[in-house]
Ligand binder design. Structure first.
Ligand SMILES: [Zn+2]
Length: 319
C-alpha cells in the first residue's frame, strides 16, 4: 500500500486491517437464487441505488440451467458480486457456464463479468453497447464506482467488453432449451435487449420494466420505451424477470402500470410543452394522485417528469 508510506507503522497496520475486514466482508456476500420456472433462477438485489451499504448489490441477475450448460443473464455490479453469483450458481449446477448475455451496459449489470470470463464463458451484448466504451461514459462511471463502492470496485476492476456484439435479434439452442434474444433499445439504454427461454415462458427483460414501482425514466427515450413494452406484452410471458426488484408473475398488470405511467407523463408534459407552460408550473398543476401511492413515486416522479418535459421539447423541435 504505497500511498500510506508517510503514515506511522501502527497506523498502516490499522488501515490494512480495516481494509482486510472490508475485503472479507465483500467476499462474504451470499446470494440466494429464487427459482421462477423449471430451468430458471435469479438473484434479487437491494431496491435502492448502488451504495457501500448494499455493497453494490442493487440489481438482479438470472441464470438458466440446461442439460449441458448454464446460460447467465447479467453479471451484477461489482467483481466480488460476479464471484458470489457464480458461487450461487454452483450450489445448483456444476455444468459449465457457457454464455453471459447482458441486457445492457449499465455498471450495476456488468461489473461482475470478470468471474465469468475466468470461468470460460463468452459474453454477448447488443452492438450499440460499443459506444458506451468509446464515449468516455464507461470511464467516468468507473471513477465514480471506485469512489462509492471501494473496496468492491477498486483500481484492479476491469470492464469487460462483449465477445460477440449482436446486430439484431438472435436465437440459439443450449442443452435442449431454446433461447430468443430480442432487441429493445434504444429505450432504457441504447443497447437494451431481452432474453426469452421459450420452453419455460420466462423473459429476462433487463431495466425495461420495474415491477410494482415507479420506474426511473430520466432522459430515457420514453417513446421507444413504450414500443418496447408493447413488444414485451405480445410475448405473453408467464414470468418476467426484471433488472431491479421482484420478478413479475403477472406481467400484464406490471407492464400496464409502467405503460400507463409513461403515457401519462408524456401526455401531461406534452401538453405543457405545447402550451409553453414552464416546467415548475406544469408539474404543480398536474394531478399525480393516480400514481402517488405507487412505491418510489417520491424519489423518482419529479425527475421523471422533468426528463420527459425536456424529451418532449426536443421531440417538438425535431418535428
Ligand atoms: Zn439500467
Amino acid at each position: 500500500m504505497t500511498r500510506n508510506t508517510s503514515l506511522p507503522h501502527w497506523l498502516r497496520v490499522v488501515v490494512s486491517l480495516a481494509w482486510l475486514a472490508l475485503a472479507s466482508q465483500a467476499d462474504a456476500q451470499t446470494l440466494n437464487p429464487v427459482r421462477v420456472s423449471e430451468h430458471a433462477w435469479y438473484v434479487q438485489g437491494d431496491s435502492g441505488m448502488a451504495s457501500a451499504a448494499n455493497k453494490g448489490f442493487n440489481s438482479n441477475a438470472g441464470f438458466v440451467v440446461t442439460r449441458d450448460s448454464v446460460i447467465v443473464i447479467d453479471a451484477l455490479g461489482t467483481p466480488p458480486l460476479g464471484e458470489a453469483l457464480l458461487t450461487a450458481i454452483r450450489t445448483i449446477s456444476s455444468k459449465p457456464v457457457k454464455r453471459v448475455i447482458l441486457t445492457h451496459y449499465h455498471a450495476d449489470h456488468f461489473y461482475g463479468l470478470p468471474a465469468f470470463k475466468a470461468a470460460g464463458a463468452e459474453v454477448w451484448a447488443h452492438q450499440a453497447g460499443k459506444e458506451y466504451f468509446g464515449s468516455g461514459e464507461a470511464a467516468a462511471r468507473l471513477a465514480q464506482r471506485k469512489q462509492d463502492l471501494f473496496p468492491w470496485v477498486d483500481e484492479h476492476t476491469r470492464l469487460v467488453e462483449a465477445d460477440r456484439w449482436l446486430d439484431g435479434p438472435a436465437r440459439f439452442e443450449a442443452g435442449g432449451l431454446h433461447f430468443r434474444i430480442d432487441i429493445l433499445g434504444p429505450a432504457h439504454a441504447p443497447e437494451d435487449l431481452m432474453v426469452t427461454v421459450e420452453e419455460d415462458g420466462v423473459v429476462f427483460c433487463g431495466d425495461i420494466l420495474f415491477a410494482g414501482r415507479i420506474p426511473f425514466v430520466g432522459s430515457a427515450d420514453s417513446k421507444r420505451w413504450l414500443a418496447a413494452i408493447d413488444t414485451l406484452m405480445t410475448l405473453k410471458a408467464r414470468v418476467l424477470v426484471t433488472g431491479h426488484g421482484p420478478h413479475s408473475a403477472n406481467p400484464a398488470a406490471d407492464l400496464t402500470l409502467t405503460r400507463d405511467y409513461l403515457l401519462y407523463l408524456r401526455e401531461q408534459m406534452g401538453k405543457a410543452v405545447e402550451e409553453m407552460v414552464p416546467f415548475d408550473e406544469a408539474y404543480a398543476r398536474t394531478d399525480w394522485r393516480r400514481f402517488s401511492q405507487v412505491p418510489a413515486f417520491e424519489a423518482a416522479n419529479r425527475i421523471n417528469a422533468y426528463g420527459t418535459y425536456l424529451t418532449l421539447e426536443r421531440e417538438s423541435l425535431a418535428r
